[in-house]
Design a protein around this ligand. Structure first.
Ligand code: AMP
Ligand code: TRP
Length: 356
Protein backbone atom coordinates (compact mmCIF):
# COMPACT_ATOMS: atom_id res chain seq x y z
CA UNK A 1 0.00 0.00 0.00
CA UNK A 2 2.70 2.46 1.07
CA UNK A 3 4.93 1.34 -1.72
CA UNK A 4 2.45 2.01 -4.48
CA UNK A 5 1.59 5.46 -3.29
CA UNK A 6 5.23 6.11 -2.69
CA UNK A 7 6.17 5.13 -6.20
CA UNK A 8 3.39 7.31 -7.52
CA UNK A 9 4.68 10.23 -5.49
CA UNK A 10 8.16 9.65 -6.79
CA UNK A 11 6.97 9.65 -10.33
CA UNK A 12 5.31 13.00 -9.64
CA UNK A 13 8.51 14.61 -8.38
CA UNK A 14 10.48 13.41 -11.36
CA UNK A 15 13.45 13.37 -9.01
CA UNK A 16 13.41 9.87 -7.82
CA UNK A 17 14.60 7.91 -10.78
CA UNK A 18 18.00 9.51 -10.74
CA UNK A 19 20.98 7.20 -10.88
CA UNK A 20 21.88 5.03 -8.01
CA UNK A 21 18.53 4.42 -6.39
CA UNK A 22 15.98 2.71 -8.60
CA UNK A 23 16.74 -0.88 -7.59
CA UNK A 24 16.20 -0.18 -3.94
CA UNK A 25 12.96 1.65 -4.67
CA UNK A 26 11.11 -1.39 -5.91
CA UNK A 27 9.31 -1.56 -2.60
CA UNK A 28 10.74 -4.99 -1.80
CA UNK A 29 13.39 -3.69 0.56
CA UNK A 30 12.72 -2.34 4.04
CA UNK A 31 14.39 0.91 4.95
CA UNK A 32 16.70 1.85 7.74
CA UNK A 33 17.73 5.33 8.87
CA UNK A 34 20.10 6.55 11.52
CA UNK A 35 22.11 9.61 12.44
CA UNK A 36 25.16 10.69 14.36
CA UNK A 37 25.93 14.18 15.60
CA UNK A 38 29.11 15.93 14.51
CA UNK A 39 29.91 17.09 18.02
CA UNK A 40 33.37 15.65 18.57
CA UNK A 41 35.32 12.58 17.70
CA UNK A 42 33.59 9.24 17.40
CA UNK A 43 34.27 6.83 20.24
CA UNK A 44 33.89 3.11 20.71
CA UNK A 45 30.44 3.66 22.27
CA UNK A 46 29.25 5.09 18.95
CA UNK A 47 31.02 2.31 17.13
CA UNK A 48 29.62 -0.58 19.17
CA UNK A 49 26.24 0.97 19.93
CA UNK A 50 25.40 2.21 16.45
CA UNK A 51 27.96 2.01 13.65
CA UNK A 52 28.48 -1.76 13.83
CA UNK A 53 24.77 -2.13 13.16
CA UNK A 54 24.84 0.37 10.31
CA UNK A 55 27.46 -1.74 8.59
CA UNK A 56 25.41 -4.88 9.15
CA UNK A 57 22.06 -3.41 8.11
CA UNK A 58 23.28 -1.78 4.91
CA UNK A 59 23.42 -5.25 3.34
CA UNK A 60 19.78 -6.09 4.01
CA UNK A 61 18.04 -2.73 4.00
CA UNK A 62 17.87 0.34 1.87
CA UNK A 63 19.92 2.52 4.17
CA UNK A 64 20.06 6.25 4.90
CA UNK A 65 22.80 7.34 7.29
CA UNK A 66 23.18 10.98 8.17
CA UNK A 67 25.66 13.31 9.81
CA UNK A 68 23.11 15.43 11.64
CA UNK A 69 24.70 18.89 11.71
CA UNK A 70 21.40 20.68 12.46
CA UNK A 71 21.09 18.70 15.68
CA UNK A 72 24.59 19.79 16.64
CA UNK A 73 23.50 23.45 16.49
CA UNK A 74 21.70 22.91 19.80
CA UNK A 75 25.19 23.05 21.34
CA UNK A 76 26.11 26.19 19.38
CA UNK A 77 29.53 25.10 18.06
CA UNK A 78 31.70 27.68 16.27
CA UNK A 79 31.11 27.43 12.49
CA UNK A 80 34.62 26.29 11.63
CA UNK A 81 34.55 23.63 14.32
CA UNK A 82 31.22 22.31 13.02
CA UNK A 83 32.48 22.18 9.43
CA UNK A 84 35.51 20.20 10.56
CA UNK A 85 33.47 17.86 12.75
CA UNK A 86 31.07 17.07 9.91
CA UNK A 87 33.99 15.91 7.77
CA UNK A 88 35.62 13.96 10.58
CA UNK A 89 32.44 12.15 11.54
CA UNK A 90 31.67 11.37 7.89
CA UNK A 91 35.19 9.95 7.60
CA UNK A 92 34.60 7.87 10.74
CA UNK A 93 31.35 6.48 9.39
CA UNK A 94 32.96 5.47 6.10
CA UNK A 95 36.14 4.16 7.73
CA UNK A 96 34.02 1.97 10.02
CA UNK A 97 32.73 0.13 6.99
CA UNK A 98 29.63 1.98 5.83
CA UNK A 99 29.79 1.64 2.07
CA UNK A 100 28.46 4.57 0.04
CA UNK A 101 27.74 2.14 -2.81
CA UNK A 102 25.27 0.33 -0.59
CA UNK A 103 24.03 3.04 1.76
CA UNK A 104 23.11 6.67 1.23
CA UNK A 105 25.50 8.69 3.41
CA UNK A 106 24.62 12.37 3.64
CA UNK A 107 24.76 15.54 5.69
CA UNK A 108 21.37 16.49 7.14
CA UNK A 109 21.51 20.21 6.23
CA UNK A 110 21.96 19.32 2.56
CA UNK A 111 18.38 18.04 2.57
CA UNK A 112 16.13 21.01 3.42
CA UNK A 113 13.06 18.79 3.71
CA UNK A 114 14.27 17.82 7.21
CA UNK A 115 13.49 21.30 8.52
CA UNK A 116 10.24 21.57 6.60
CA UNK A 117 8.96 18.31 8.04
CA UNK A 118 10.15 19.29 11.51
CA UNK A 119 7.76 22.22 11.59
CA UNK A 120 4.89 20.08 10.37
CA UNK A 121 5.60 17.38 12.95
CA UNK A 122 6.00 19.93 15.73
CA UNK A 123 2.33 20.75 15.18
CA UNK A 124 1.51 17.09 15.78
CA UNK A 125 3.89 16.44 18.70
CA UNK A 126 2.44 17.13 22.15
CA UNK A 127 4.24 19.34 24.63
CA UNK A 128 3.55 16.86 27.40
CA UNK A 129 5.41 14.15 25.49
CA UNK A 130 8.42 16.39 24.85
CA UNK A 131 8.46 17.34 28.52
CA UNK A 132 9.18 13.75 29.46
CA UNK A 133 12.41 13.46 27.44
CA UNK A 134 15.29 12.68 29.77
CA UNK A 135 17.92 13.72 27.22
CA UNK A 136 16.53 17.27 27.34
CA UNK A 137 16.84 17.25 31.10
CA UNK A 138 20.40 15.87 30.96
CA UNK A 139 21.52 18.33 28.31
CA UNK A 140 19.91 21.26 30.11
CA UNK A 141 21.99 20.30 33.12
CA UNK A 142 25.22 20.16 31.10
CA UNK A 143 24.61 23.49 29.35
CA UNK A 144 22.58 25.55 31.86
CA UNK A 145 23.45 28.85 30.18
CA UNK A 146 22.10 27.72 26.79
CA UNK A 147 18.79 25.91 27.23
CA UNK A 148 17.54 26.84 23.79
CA UNK A 149 14.24 25.86 22.19
CA UNK A 150 16.11 23.65 19.72
CA UNK A 151 17.29 21.51 22.59
CA UNK A 152 13.66 20.98 23.56
CA UNK A 153 12.38 20.23 20.04
CA UNK A 154 15.45 18.15 19.18
CA UNK A 155 13.40 14.90 19.16
CA UNK A 156 10.98 16.41 16.60
CA UNK A 157 13.86 16.97 14.18
CA UNK A 158 15.01 13.43 14.92
CA UNK A 159 11.53 12.09 14.14
CA UNK A 160 11.58 14.05 10.88
CA UNK A 161 14.98 12.51 10.02
CA UNK A 162 13.52 9.05 10.35
CA UNK A 163 10.07 9.37 8.84
CA UNK A 164 11.26 11.48 5.91
CA UNK A 165 12.74 8.23 4.57
CA UNK A 166 9.78 6.23 5.80
CA UNK A 167 12.25 4.04 7.67
CA UNK A 168 11.08 0.92 9.48
CA UNK A 169 14.32 0.22 11.35
CA UNK A 170 16.51 2.60 13.34
CA UNK A 171 19.82 1.32 14.72
CA UNK A 172 20.73 3.37 17.82
CA UNK A 173 22.15 2.98 21.30
CA UNK A 174 19.92 2.66 24.34
CA UNK A 175 20.06 6.41 25.08
CA UNK A 176 17.91 7.04 22.00
CA UNK A 177 15.09 4.62 22.76
CA UNK A 178 12.93 7.24 24.41
CA UNK A 179 13.24 9.44 21.32
CA UNK A 180 12.18 6.50 19.18
CA UNK A 181 9.14 5.91 21.37
CA UNK A 182 8.20 9.54 20.84
CA UNK A 183 8.74 9.15 17.08
CA UNK A 184 6.35 6.20 17.04
CA UNK A 185 3.78 8.20 18.96
CA UNK A 186 4.08 11.08 16.49
CA UNK A 187 3.73 8.69 13.55
CA UNK A 188 0.57 7.18 15.03
CA UNK A 189 -0.92 10.60 15.60
CA UNK A 190 -0.05 11.85 12.13
CA UNK A 191 -1.40 8.71 10.48
CA UNK A 192 -4.64 8.94 12.47
CA UNK A 193 -5.24 12.66 12.06
CA UNK A 194 -4.24 12.91 8.39
CA UNK A 195 -3.44 9.82 6.34
CA UNK A 196 -1.38 6.64 6.60
CA UNK A 197 1.85 8.10 5.31
CA UNK A 198 4.50 6.77 7.70
CA UNK A 199 5.44 3.30 8.93
CA UNK A 200 6.18 3.01 12.66
CA UNK A 201 9.94 2.91 13.13
CA UNK A 202 11.46 0.23 15.34
CA UNK A 203 14.74 0.35 17.24
CA UNK A 204 17.48 -2.07 16.21
CA UNK A 205 19.70 -2.63 19.25
CA UNK A 206 23.29 -3.64 18.89
CA UNK A 207 24.83 -6.17 21.25
CA UNK A 208 26.34 -3.17 23.07
CA UNK A 209 23.48 -0.69 23.48
CA UNK A 210 25.11 1.08 26.44
CA UNK A 211 28.89 1.16 26.58
CA UNK A 212 30.22 2.61 29.82
CA UNK A 213 32.93 5.25 29.85
CA UNK A 214 36.40 4.81 31.31
CA UNK A 215 35.10 6.12 34.64
CA UNK A 216 33.06 2.92 34.83
CA UNK A 217 30.05 4.93 36.01
CA UNK A 218 28.36 6.81 33.22
CA UNK A 219 27.70 6.11 29.57
CA UNK A 220 30.68 6.73 27.30
CA UNK A 221 30.10 10.13 25.78
CA UNK A 222 31.89 12.97 24.06
CA UNK A 223 30.71 15.47 26.62
CA UNK A 224 31.84 13.46 29.66
CA UNK A 225 35.45 13.13 28.59
CA UNK A 226 35.44 9.43 29.45
CA UNK A 227 35.79 7.98 25.98
CA UNK A 228 38.11 5.73 24.01
CA UNK A 229 38.31 7.52 20.67
CA UNK A 230 37.88 5.50 17.51
CA UNK A 231 40.86 7.22 15.87
CA UNK A 232 43.18 7.05 18.88
CA UNK A 233 46.55 5.36 18.50
CA UNK A 234 47.37 2.24 20.54
CA UNK A 235 49.65 4.36 22.77
CA UNK A 236 47.00 6.96 23.42
CA UNK A 237 44.52 4.26 24.34
CA UNK A 238 46.95 2.49 26.66
CA UNK A 239 47.65 5.81 28.33
CA UNK A 240 43.95 6.26 29.06
CA UNK A 241 43.45 2.65 30.11
CA UNK A 242 46.23 2.96 32.67
CA UNK A 243 44.16 5.41 34.69
CA UNK A 244 40.87 3.56 34.23
CA UNK A 245 39.03 1.89 37.11
CA UNK A 246 38.98 -1.89 37.47
CA UNK A 247 37.47 -4.03 40.26
CA UNK A 248 37.44 -1.47 43.09
CA UNK A 249 37.96 -4.20 45.68
CA UNK A 250 41.23 -5.38 44.10
CA UNK A 251 43.77 -3.17 45.79
CA UNK A 252 46.99 -5.14 45.21
CA UNK A 253 48.15 -7.32 42.38
CA UNK A 254 48.19 -10.28 44.78
CA UNK A 255 44.45 -9.80 45.56
CA UNK A 256 42.00 -11.96 43.68
CA UNK A 257 39.85 -9.84 41.36
CA UNK A 258 36.28 -10.16 40.19
CA UNK A 259 35.94 -9.69 36.42
CA UNK A 260 32.14 -9.49 36.74
CA UNK A 261 32.37 -6.06 38.36
CA UNK A 262 35.35 -4.82 36.34
CA UNK A 263 34.63 -2.22 33.66
CA UNK A 264 37.82 -3.11 31.77
CA UNK A 265 36.71 -6.72 31.60
CA UNK A 266 33.37 -5.58 30.18
CA UNK A 267 35.31 -4.08 27.23
CA UNK A 268 37.03 -7.44 26.75
CA UNK A 269 33.50 -8.72 26.16
CA UNK A 270 33.37 -6.71 22.93
CA UNK A 271 36.91 -6.97 21.64
CA UNK A 272 38.50 -10.18 22.92
CA UNK A 273 37.90 -13.66 21.54
CA UNK A 274 36.06 -15.98 23.97
CA UNK A 275 38.99 -18.30 24.72
CA UNK A 276 41.34 -15.45 25.59
CA UNK A 277 38.60 -13.82 27.63
CA UNK A 278 38.16 -16.98 29.72
CA UNK A 279 41.90 -17.07 30.36
CA UNK A 280 41.88 -13.44 31.45
CA UNK A 281 38.93 -14.02 33.79
CA UNK A 282 40.63 -17.03 35.34
CA UNK A 283 43.91 -15.12 35.71
CA UNK A 284 42.10 -12.23 37.41
CA UNK A 285 40.21 -14.51 39.80
CA UNK A 286 43.38 -16.45 40.64
CA UNK A 287 45.51 -13.27 40.96
CA UNK A 288 47.95 -14.60 38.37
CA UNK A 289 47.12 -11.78 35.97
CA UNK A 290 47.42 -8.17 37.08
CA UNK A 291 45.21 -5.29 35.98
CA UNK A 292 48.01 -3.71 33.93
CA UNK A 293 48.47 -6.91 31.92
CA UNK A 294 44.72 -7.21 31.49
CA UNK A 295 44.68 -3.64 30.17
CA UNK A 296 47.59 -4.31 27.77
CA UNK A 297 45.73 -7.25 26.31
CA UNK A 298 42.64 -5.09 25.87
CA UNK A 299 44.70 -2.34 24.21
CA UNK A 300 46.08 -4.88 21.72
CA UNK A 301 42.65 -6.26 20.88
CA UNK A 302 41.17 -2.79 20.59
CA UNK A 303 43.97 -1.87 18.25
CA UNK A 304 43.11 -4.82 16.01
CA UNK A 305 39.75 -3.10 15.40
CA UNK A 306 40.81 0.54 15.58
CA UNK A 307 44.05 0.21 13.58
CA UNK A 308 42.43 -0.57 10.21
CA UNK A 309 39.72 2.06 10.83
CA UNK A 310 42.40 4.66 11.57
CA UNK A 311 44.24 3.74 8.40
CA UNK A 312 41.15 4.01 6.24
CA UNK A 313 40.35 7.34 7.89
CA UNK A 314 43.83 8.64 7.06
CA UNK A 315 43.40 7.57 3.45
CA UNK A 316 40.09 9.41 3.24
CA UNK A 317 41.63 12.51 4.82
CA UNK A 318 44.32 12.50 2.15
CA UNK A 319 41.64 12.64 -0.59
CA UNK A 320 39.22 15.39 0.50
CA UNK A 321 37.71 15.65 -2.99
CA UNK A 322 36.54 12.06 -2.78
CA UNK A 323 34.73 12.70 0.49
CA UNK A 324 33.01 15.73 -1.05
CA UNK A 325 31.86 13.59 -3.98
CA UNK A 326 30.50 10.86 -1.73
CA UNK A 327 28.54 13.36 0.36
CA UNK A 328 27.26 15.23 -2.69
CA UNK A 329 26.02 12.00 -4.26
CA UNK A 330 24.43 10.97 -0.97
CA UNK A 331 22.63 14.30 -0.73
CA UNK A 332 21.18 13.90 -4.23
CA UNK A 333 19.77 10.48 -3.36
CA UNK A 334 18.50 11.60 0.03
CA UNK A 335 16.79 14.69 -1.41
CA UNK A 336 14.99 12.57 -3.97
CA UNK A 337 13.68 10.15 -1.36
CA UNK A 338 12.81 13.01 1.01
CA UNK A 339 10.90 14.95 -1.62
CA UNK A 340 8.89 11.88 -2.55
CA UNK A 341 7.72 11.63 1.06
CA UNK A 342 7.03 15.36 1.27
CA UNK A 343 4.68 15.13 -1.72
CA UNK A 344 2.57 12.70 0.31
CA UNK A 345 2.84 14.76 3.47
CA UNK A 346 1.86 18.07 1.87
CA UNK A 347 -1.03 16.39 0.14
CA UNK A 348 -2.21 14.77 3.39
CA UNK A 349 -2.17 18.02 5.38
CA UNK A 350 -3.31 20.45 2.71
CA UNK A 351 -0.33 22.76 2.23
CA UNK A 352 1.02 23.58 -1.22
CA UNK A 353 4.81 23.51 -0.83
CA UNK A 354 7.38 24.46 -3.46
CA UNK A 355 6.71 23.50 -7.06
CA UNK A 356 9.91 21.74 -8.06
P1 AMP B 1 25.73 10.72 19.20
O1 AMP B 1 27.20 10.74 19.18
O2 AMP B 1 25.14 11.14 20.51
O3 AMP B 1 25.12 11.39 18.02
O4 AMP B 1 25.32 9.18 19.08
C1 AMP B 1 25.42 8.46 17.87
C2 AMP B 1 24.97 7.04 18.08
O5 AMP B 1 25.82 6.36 18.98
C3 AMP B 1 23.56 6.92 18.67
O6 AMP B 1 22.91 5.83 18.07
C4 AMP B 1 23.80 6.64 20.12
O7 AMP B 1 22.75 5.93 20.72
C5 AMP B 1 25.06 5.79 20.05
N1 AMP B 1 25.83 5.89 21.29
C6 AMP B 1 26.40 7.03 21.80
N2 AMP B 1 27.04 6.76 22.97
C7 AMP B 1 26.87 5.43 23.20
C8 AMP B 1 27.30 4.54 24.26
N3 AMP B 1 28.03 4.96 25.27
N4 AMP B 1 26.93 3.24 24.16
C9 AMP B 1 26.20 2.79 23.12
N5 AMP B 1 25.77 3.57 22.11
C10 AMP B 1 26.09 4.87 22.14
N1 TRP C 1 19.79 11.95 18.48
C1 TRP C 1 20.73 10.98 18.03
C2 TRP C 1 21.91 10.92 19.03
O1 TRP C 1 22.19 11.86 19.71
C3 TRP C 1 21.26 11.28 16.65
C4 TRP C 1 20.17 11.25 15.64
C5 TRP C 1 19.66 12.35 14.98
C6 TRP C 1 19.50 10.11 15.12
N2 TRP C 1 18.71 11.93 14.08
C7 TRP C 1 18.58 10.59 14.15
C8 TRP C 1 19.57 8.75 15.41
C9 TRP C 1 17.74 9.73 13.46
C10 TRP C 1 18.72 7.90 14.70
C11 TRP C 1 17.81 8.38 13.74
O2 TRP C 1 22.54 9.94 19.11
Amino acid sequence: MHENRFLAAEAQTGLSRCEGIPAAYTGSMLRTMSGVQPTGNLHIGNYLGALVNWVELQRQYESFFSIVDLHALTQRPPAEQLRRAVREVAIGVLASGVDPEQATVFVQSEVPQHTELTWILSCVTQLGDLNRMTQFKDKSATQPDNINAGLFTYPVLQTADIVLYRAERVPVGEDQEQHLELARETVRRFNTVYAEVFPEPQVVRSTAPRVLGLDGESKMSKSRNNEIGLFETADETMQKLRGAKTDPARLRRSDAGNPDVCNIFSYHGFFTPAAERDEIAAGCRGATLGCVDCKSKLAANLEAVKGPIRERANELRSRPGELDEILAAGAVKARAAAEATMVLVRDAIGVRGPKL
